[in-house]
Design a protein around this ligand. Structure first.
Ligand SMILES: [Zn+2]
Length: 911
């Protein structure tokens, strides 16, 4: 395990590798505790590197049995060969072959990085730096090699042997109980894309023919007995393969594409070339075990990993600082796929909810970092919402700025120009600058400046002149290490909504004060490139409601001076569905923040019947778009309100204000909610399609509000739904509503749910998660009790996230005023750190908003963090997060580390 002596890696220190490894021949003999790995590396000096430089290969806790240089054994002392490094101080000046034998213990690998056991199977995870736990290597993404992998195992234990690329040969080993398979991947790739699987697995198979006629064998491998649960994943795979051909002109490039689902996995899934390995949560689904949301996630994750074949694998990253190049872009691509398969506005609303819930708090707290970071201590900690979700938003803005046609041309040029390369963000952006004929230097600031910009918009209508003036202004608050911020290029999609809908946008020439270009008026996308801009619209016959940031055209915090009437107009008739939804959210957020103020001043919030009526209006139109209506009647979360308040946050007051608003809305709309609920009941067989899922989502959202308004009526209906449900969406939706009402009914339903699904780990994860999320003070004791439950384990990341991760997401209880929630999470982090540092560090990220809390909570959070910080022998992962959370900036710490360790450790090679 890398511990807290890790040293910072900096983008500015990047240097091309001194050596290249053109071919890798692996011979891997799988054994439970002593897997023998022989790696034959064809190495040659890199013409771009330093002639005669030492060759330094990375390792991580390795044991080398033997090292041969061109067939001759090397006698390497401890200086040249350690568990973390293999150094040849004077390697040959011409091409040579290095053969390295290592022994690894997959059964003892609890970090789930490198080669490990999940259930009864062998599998691997190499991104970001897991390959160095299998053999010594130049473990960096800009070293691309052609891999041939021979895998050997006990035939009874691992009848299925899978590798990257195409199967070349397989057979039994005569006179032995073992067998082997040889896989060859013709596409050069970095080692983080290496994978193998060996196990006794069930599978289903299908095939796909690409546009140019290549026949591809598709396989999905799962634990025996789960084969019936992969039909939807297979269907999603074929749909996304076709979509990538149509939307981006990208075809698949091997004869096989395999997916393996494993139950012990740190992340969601991994895009290894031709052999994707998945957390089984994102593969397995049956109507009785998976909710509509699970189905949507499966579709999205299958697509994401598949799309990486071009954005990530064929074109990879030069270094880990460019991680957003593959992740942000691929998230954008999977979002587009899901939008085309489902409802575009509903998908957009869901994605923006995720961005605001996960990325905005990161961007405004101690863990804020650029979409392209400039330094890191532990790269595992940079698989963040900023890299993924904000990275995707940056691509979306690029498309809005240059237009869909130029965007597609730019992508074509990127695929053409950078295929087979390890590229940078600059390489990528240069393609769009070229096709659009536009300087994108200013746009690059989105990659180099952290923090969420605030966009404030004020408006003025001149009835005599018939002009409507909008003044846009941007600013970004300081983030760690970046005290001063510069203006960004912000695409602001605008509309003016009048009594009969959208008004035409007319302005004067752009060189006149307040003018805009004809292109801006036609596209509705206006560019804010300076600190502020005034736009004057002419011949505006009536005072319009400004619809700003349509479709959420930029990842900013919008501060709009619209009054309640404007917002009600938008909620009713904005042609942009996203902004219709947003108007309702803004109205609710304003009511709630006012209520929180009243509660903290010792008063009570006043009910607002106008708001409930507006929601009722949306509900009235439910039949035309149930999925949208479900989103529209779901009020902002506690986290949304906490974020809006921003500082001195009191979560108990927020919870009370929200509960009160939901109570009054639910009570006022009860008859209409009940009739919508009844009208949406449906006995047709389950189908996961978007329309059916939308109807179920709205029915559950209506039930939730009914229960908020009248707990007894709501709980009775929920109990009936729970008992008669035909699918998991209905059953779990009802259970979620019941979980909010304390009493016997809740406990009975929870027990019944457990008994029904006890043998199904993915469903039991839901059972743990739901209980950990109950916003009551008793939840702390409930969670402590569940930690003793025989089905709970620290070893499985899904289970850990379901109970402990959900509790950390339970805002009122994790941030309990007495600090016990903080203590619980800190204790679990310390408990699991030595076993699985990646998961521990991720859990500790729950503290990212601690500085926005009121003083009492801040003090408790700081104490808990300091307790973690004082622990000896922390992993590099947790050390990095805890230091940054306490604002021990990387720079200060880095200097510190260098000074105290320089004498004892020779410096790491620059990367
Ligand atoms: Zn990805």
């Amino acid at each position: 395990m890398r511990t807290d002596t890790a040293q910072p890696v900096r983008l500015s220190d990047y240097r091309a590798p001194d050596y290249l490894i053109e071919a890798v021949d692996l011979d891997i003999k799988l054994h439970l505790n002593a897997t023998h790995v022989r790696a034959r590396l064809s190495v040659r000096p890199n013409p771009l590197g330093r002639p005669g430089a030492p060759l330094v290969l990375d390792g991580d806790g390795l044991k080398a049995a033997m090292v041969l240089l061109d067939g001759v054994a090397l006698d390497l002392g401890a200086n040249a060969l350690s568990p973390d490094r293999l150094t040849l101080s004077e390697p040959p000046r011409t091409a040579f072959e290095l053969t390295i034998d290592t022994l690894v213990d997959p059964s003892a690998n609890t970090q789930l990085m490198g080669l490990y056991r999940s259930g009864s199977a062998y599998c691997t995870q190499c991104e970001a730096e897991g390959f160095r736990r299998i053999t010594y290597f130049l473990d960096r993404p800009d070293v691309l090699s052609v891999y041939t992998t021979r895998i050997e195992a006990e035939k009874a234990q691992a009848p299925v042997l899978l590798g990257n690329g195409n199967l070349v040969e397989s057979g039994d080993i005569t006179g032995s109980t073992r067998h082997y398979a040889i896989w060859h991947d013709p596409h050069p790739k970095p080692c983080y894309l290496f994978a193998l699987v060996g196990g006794d697995l069930g599978s289903i198979h299908d095939r796909f023919t690409t546009t140019s006629g290549r026949n591809v064998e598709l396989g999905i491998y799962v634990e025996h007995g789960k084969e019936t649960r992969v039909a939807y994943a297979m269907d999603a795979l074929k749909r996304c393969m076709r979509w990538d051909e149509e939307a981006f002109g990208r075809e698949y490039d091997l004869d096989v594409f395999n997916i393996v689902a494993v139950s012990d996995f740190n992340m969601g899934a991994m895009e290894n070339k031709g052999l994707n390995i998945f957390n089984d949560k994102y593969v397995l689904a049956l109507p009785q075990t998976a909710t509509d949301l699970d189905y949507a996630h499966i579709e999205g994750v299958i697509a994401h990993e598949y799309f990486h074949n071009w954005t990530g694998n064929r074109i990879t990253c030069r270094d880990w600082f460019q991680l957003c190049l593959k992740e942000g872009l691929t998230v954008f691509r999977d979002q587009e796929f899901s939008s085309d398969q489902r409802s575009r506005p509903v998908k957009r609303i869901a994605d923006v909810r995720t961005l605001r819930a996960a990325q905005f708090p990161e961007d405004s707290g101690p863990l804020a970092h650029n979409v392209r970071p400039e330094t890191y201590l532990e790269i595992n900690n940079f698989y963040t919402p900023t890299i993924y979700e904000k990275g995707a938003e940056v691509i979306r803005m690029l498309k809005a700025l240059i237009g869909a046609e130029a965007f597609r041309k730019g992508m074509d040029l990127y695929f053409d120009r950078c295929d087979g390369m390890a590229a940078t963000v600059e390489d990528f952006i240069a393609c769009f600058a070229k096709v659009a004929g536009r300087d994108l230097t200013h746009f690059m600031r989105w990659y180099t400046q952290a923090g969420t910009p605030a966009l404030s918009v004020s408006s003025d209508y001149d009835a005599d002149a018939k002009t409507f003036t909008l003044t846009l202004a941007q600013s970004t608050a300081p983030t760690p290490g970046q005290p001063a911020k510069l203006p960004l290029v912000i695409p602001v999609a605008l509309g003016l909504v009048g009594a009969d809908g959208d008004l035409p946008l007319t302005t004067k020439a752009p060189d006149e004060d307040g003018g805009a270009s004809a292109h801006e008026c036609a596209s509705g996308v206006f560019e804010l490139t300076t600190a502020s801009r005034r736009i004057v619209f002419h011949t505006v016959a009536e005072r319009p409601a400004p619809s700003v940031l349509r479709g959420f055209s930029a990842p900013v915090k919008l501060d709009l001076d619209s009054n309640a009437d404007d917002l009600l107009t938008l909620a009713e008739r904005d042609s942009d569905l996203f902004n219709r939804w947003q108007a309702i959210q803004t109205l609710a957020t304003r009511l709630l923040t006012t209520s929180v103020g009243a509660i903290r001043a010792g008063g009570l919030p006043k009910p607002d019947t106008r708001f409930a009526e507006a929601l009722g209006g949306v509900l009235g139109a439910f039949a035309s778009d149930p999925a949208f209506t479900a989103q529209a009647i779901s009020l902002p979360t506690e986290a949304d309100i906490a974020r809006e308040i921003g500082r001195d946050v009191d979560l108990d007051a927020i919870h009370m204000a929200r509960r009160e608003l939901r109570r009054s809305v639910g009570a006022q709309l009860q008859p209409r909610l009940l009739s919508a609920y009844e009208a949406l009941s449906n006995d047709a067989p389950y189908s996961p399609d978007a329309r059916s899922a939308g109807a179920r989502a709205l029915r559950n959202a209506a039930l939730d509000l009914i229960c908020a308004g009248d707990a007894r009526t709501g709980a009775d209906i929920a109990m009936r739904q729970f008992q008669s449900a035909h699918n998991m969406t209905e059953q779990f939706g009802a259970l979620a509503v019941l979980s909010m009402v304390a009493g016997d009914q809740r406990e009975q339903a929870l027990d019944a749910f457990y008994r029904t699904h006890a043998s199904d780990p993915l469903v039991i994860d839901k059972w743990f998660a739901l209980q950990a999320l109950i916003p009551e003070t008793e939840t702390y004791e409930r969670v402590r009790g569940l930690m003793e439950h025989h089905a709970f384990t620290y070893a499985n990341p899904n289970r850990l996230r379901s109970l402990i991760g959900s509790f950390a997401a339970n805002l009122t209880q994790f941030h309990a005023a007495d600090g016990r929630g903080y203590d619980l999470i800190a204790s679990v982090v310390m408990e699991i750190d030595s076993r699985n540092p990646q998961v521990a560090a991720r859990l500790l990220g729950a503290f990212r908003t601690w500085r926005s809390m009121e003083a009492g909570r801040q003090a408790h959070a700081q104490l808990a963090l300091k307790r973690v910080a004082a622990t000896q022998g922390l992993s590099a992962d947790v050390r990095d997060i805890v230091d940054r959370s306490l604002n021990l900036l990387t720079k200060e710490r880095a200097t510190d580390t260098l000074d105290s360790f320089r004498s004892r450790f020779s410096p790491r090679p620059a990367r």
